[in-house]
Write a protein that binds this ligand. Structure first.
Ligand code: NAD
Length: 434
């Protein structure tokens, strides 16, 4: 059993805190935002993440998990302090490290006895050294820094925490390695113990590679559209090759979220700082941006004009099973529809309020269900593959629409399902489907 303090109770910090308490550790979660801590202390949860609240309550009741805004007490008693604060992008694309640096200063002032300070946030190569020097300048207590990048996926974060493909531990001393190995061994045997700079790079390289896979298949889809091939068949055939693998080969409107866009930009910048022009990754980002407009082009193609047209938008979150709308395609596509004179009727099972805080317009109606969003519309466009859109009765949807046009930005419907309806159906890279 270890005493652990986690700084930052966002998607990463909260999931880590809950997960480490679940395997028997004594965890204190700290956040600067008092309202978040109050919600957590009252048994509520500030984010939507399947299974998290139940596991959190179980560990709170067992006395292994507490929440506070004051890090001094918890840090002074901890063997391990995990920094899981945000690293949002600066206008230049570089990661903003002000929260990391502030956390390092606060930790330094409270540490007592040997402590490992591990950075879980995604940070550019060299940041741990910066954290190390900030702490060393403020305390004479013994400590080590370490890099333990996070690989969880929002929407399946709890599952991922207990079934990781691998965990990466970047360390500079055997003492820190031993402590982190002891903590992580119950979660997986696939532990990569490496130096700190390599650990920091593994995180960026992994996300950049996944983003590359997505942009690659999206470009293949665009070509399939023109040559009459079916990208799903192409992806299936490619994915059976073990050197390629089937994941991340779903064509669609591109990636979003709080990680891929930010981390690809940051890696381009990291390379630029050492005068390396990362041409491949720059193209990945460019392709992803263009892909978002593909869905607007398909609507224009189907309807001729968007002026005055009612368009149902299914899904606002950047992916299913999350309320996170950071860098979601919806945040660019819905304003573009408005710009073209359309009247979007939008619906998302959990992310509508988060979306409304970022963008609202008098032309937009926030609907209460997928069917209500489609009522009276000239087209439906699906942006997020939530289960309830995938499993919806398309005939029922068609019956409430003014014009049966369906633009499927995630290729979720099979030819057979669409053929049973009268929909004029458009998807991404599957012209041969119908
Ligand atoms: P988030 O913005 O949801 O949460 C960060 C939290 O840290 C906020 O609640 C903020 O109030 C708190 N905070 C900031 N400074 C603080 C301080 N000094 N003391 C206490 N609390 C402080 O961020 P997130 O999505 O959890 O991401 C955190 C990091 O993990 C980022 O670097 C991100 O790139 C990385 N990451 C995120 C994911 C993901 O899916 N969200 C996955 C892997 C890695």
């Amino acid at each position: 059993m270890m005493n652990i303090t986690v700084i930052g109770t966002g998607y990463v910090g909260l999931v880590s805190g809950v997960c480490f308490s679940e395997i028997g550790n004594n965890v204190r979660c700290v956040d600067k935002i008092a309202s978040k801590i109050e919600t957590l202390q009252n048994g509520g949860i500030p984010i939507y993440e399947p299974g998290l609240q139940e596991m959190m309550m179980k560990n709170v009741e067992a006395g292994r998990l507490t929440f506070t805004t004051d890090l001094s007490g918890p840090v002074s008693e901890s063997d391990l302090v995990i920094i899981a604060v945000g690293t949002p992008p600066l206008p230049s694309g570089e990661a903003d490290l002000q929260y990391i640096e502030a956390a390092a200063r606060e930790i330094a002032l409270s540490m007592k006895g040997y402590t490992v300070v591990a950075v879980k946030s995604t940070v550019p190569v060299g940041t741990n050294e910066r954290v190390n020097s900030i702490i060393a300048s403020l305390t004479d207590q013994p400590f080590d820094t370490a890099s333990i990048p996070e690989f969880l996926r929002e929407g399946s974060a709890v599952k991922d925490a207990f079934n990781p493909d691998r965990l990466v531990l970047g360390v500079q001393t055997q003492q820190a390695a031993d402590l982190l190995l002891e903590l992580h061994r119950p979660l997986t045997e696939n532990l990569v113990v490496t130096d700190i700079r390599s650990a920091e790079m593994i995180k960026y390289a992994s996300n950049a590679f996944l983003a590359t896979k997505i942009s690659f298949i999206n470009e293949i889809a665009n070509i399939c559209d023109k040559v009459g091939a079916d990208v799903d068949e192409v992806a299936k055939g490619m994915g059976m090759d073990r050197r390629i693998g089937p994941s991340f080969l779903n064509a669609g409107i591109g990636y979003g979220g709080s990680c891929f866009p930010k981390d690809t930009h940051a890696l381009i910048q990291i390379a630029g700082n050492v005068e390396y022009d990362f041409k491949l990754l720059k193209s990945v980002v460019e392709v992803n941006q263009a892909q978002r407009w593909g869905i607007v082009d398909k609507l224009l193609e189907a309807l001729g004009t968007l002026q005055g047209k009612k368009i149902a938008v299914w899904g606002l979150a950047f992916k299913p099973d999350t309320d996170d709308i950071r860098e979601a395609p919806s945040l660019e596509i819905v304003p573009k529809l408005v710009e073209f004179g359309a009247k979007p009727q939008v619906f998302d099972p959990v992310a509508a309020e988060n979306f409304r805080r970022e963008y609202d317009h008098e032309s937009i109606t926030f609907a209460e269900s997928a069917l209500e969003a489609a009522r009276g519309c000239d087209a439906v466009c699906l942006l997020t593959e939530w289960g309830e859109f995938v499993n919806i009765d398309l005939k029922e949807v068609e019956a409430v629409m003014n014009q049966a046009v369906l633009v499927d930005g995630r290729n979720v419907y099979s030819a057979q399902r669409v053929k049973e309806t009268g929909f004029d159906y458009h998807s991404m890279g599957r012209p041969a489907l119908l």
